[in-house]
Design a protein around this ligand. Structure first.
Ligand code: NAD
Ligand code: AKB
Length: 318
């Protein structure tokens, strides 16, 4: 029987992933875990374990206690925070992955999901419709850790037959949990300002295009990849995944269709340099062809659902 452990479950993705996995596989079969003591209300309808993913023996104990068969390893420092704490970011982002890969190598775990990011690309990467295979050369600590992680995933898959699956997520947009220290966070924060009737000061320039995606699409893609037959998962580094690409000026204009008084100003900070090193849009032909990926949300549909729900349905509470 499938028993799933989600590591980093209290975060932006983890919260929604646990909710989706529990509704598909049953509350008791999905164990949420995070380094945090407090359990968010959204996670309280099933088992929870406090876990530091860098502690391999604690991980092993929890895996054996619950008879875990699959792990979604989400714990990491994201791009902006990682630039402030490079040593710790490298340690957390790599050790967390290795602890899970090694459990799978021993045969304890049957399947792993580990997220990569569009941050694996760098300033020398083609910016438009960035292909699956191209120049990478990331220039951020976060991107370097994600690219190294991808190479290790492929290595464990080919050398040790570890069933590890991965997606290069774009910036994710959701109303249930705040993002945790990334460069794409402005695209969530903007909805909080718009909903409150406030102006928004953006930390990126007006014309900075980045690949983004509404969270429902990202969760659907993740579960779809994990539930695909093993032979369909032909890429064992990480799959490009595309949703919506837009600039701050474009998302502001889309919000103004629903909230005509909304205003945006621009005050770029250190995150501009990170954003400038990333692609503006992504080619995800491989994900479409190998496991049937197709996004449901465009910019207008995403803005409507965000404005309807942000500050109304909040899983924030600890
Ligand atoms: P987040 O920062 O919102 O959540 C991370 C969670 O991990 C937090 O709840 C935190 O408490 C927990 N955590 C931190 N250190 C831990 C440790 N030592 N042991 C256990 N838990 C620990 O991040 P997120 O946005 O949910 O991202 C999850 C994953 O997806 C990350 O690997 C991130 O790189 C990747 N990703 C996210 C995005 C995005 O836009 N959100 C885009 C690309 C990739
Ligand atoms: C970040 O901005 O760091 C993340 C990501 C794209 O990986 N949202």
């Amino acid at each position: 029987m499938k028993k799933i452990l989600v590591v980093g479950a209290s975060g932006q993705i983890g919260t929604e992933l646990v909710v989706a996995l529990r509704s598909k596989f049953g509350n008791e079969n999905v164990i949420a875990s995070d380094i945090k003591d407090e359990i968010k209300p959204a996670l309280q309808n099933g088992p929870y374990e406090k876990l530091d993913i860098m502690d391999a023996s604690q991980l092993k104990t929890i895996v054996s206690k619950h008879g875990i068969t699959e792990i979604y390893q989400l714990a990491a420092l994201l791009s902006a925070t990682a630039e402030k704490h490079p040593d710790f970011a490298w340690k957390l982002n790599m050790e967390g992955l290795f602890n899970v890969l090694n459990l799978a190598k021993e045969g304890t775990i049957k399947k792993i999901f580990w997220p990569s990011s569009i941050a694996v690309f760098g300033p020398n990467t083609p910016k438009t419709n960035t292909p699956q295979y191209t120049i990478m050369e990331p220039s951020t600590v976060y991107g370097i850790s994600k690219l190294a992680g991808e190479r290790w995933c492929e290595y464990y898959a080919t050398q040790f037959d570890v069933d590890v699956r991965s997606i290069r997520y774009p910036g994710l947009i959701s109303y249930t949990s705040l993002p945790g220290g990334g460069t794409t966070d402005y695209a969530v924060e903007i909805f909080y300002s718009a909903k409150r009737g406030e102006d928004f000061s953006c930390f990126l320039k007006a014309d900075t295009a980045l690949p983004m995606m509404y969270m429902d699409d990202a969760i659907r893609a993740t579960i779809s990849l994990m539930e695909s037959p093993k032979e369909d998962v032909k890429i064992r580094s990480s799959y490009n995944l595309a949703g919506i690409s837009f600039t701050p000026a474009e998302i502001a204009a889309a919000i103004q269709k629903f909230k005509p008084d909304f205003q945006i100003t621009y005050d770029p900070d250190f995150r501009q340099k990170i954003a400038d090193s990333w692609p503006g849009s992504i080619d995800d032909k491989a994900a479409q062809e190998h496991w049937g990926w197709k996004p449901n949300y465009d910019l207008e549909k995403m803005c409507k659902v965000m404005l309807d729900n942000v500050l109304e349905h909040d899983f924030q509470g600890s």
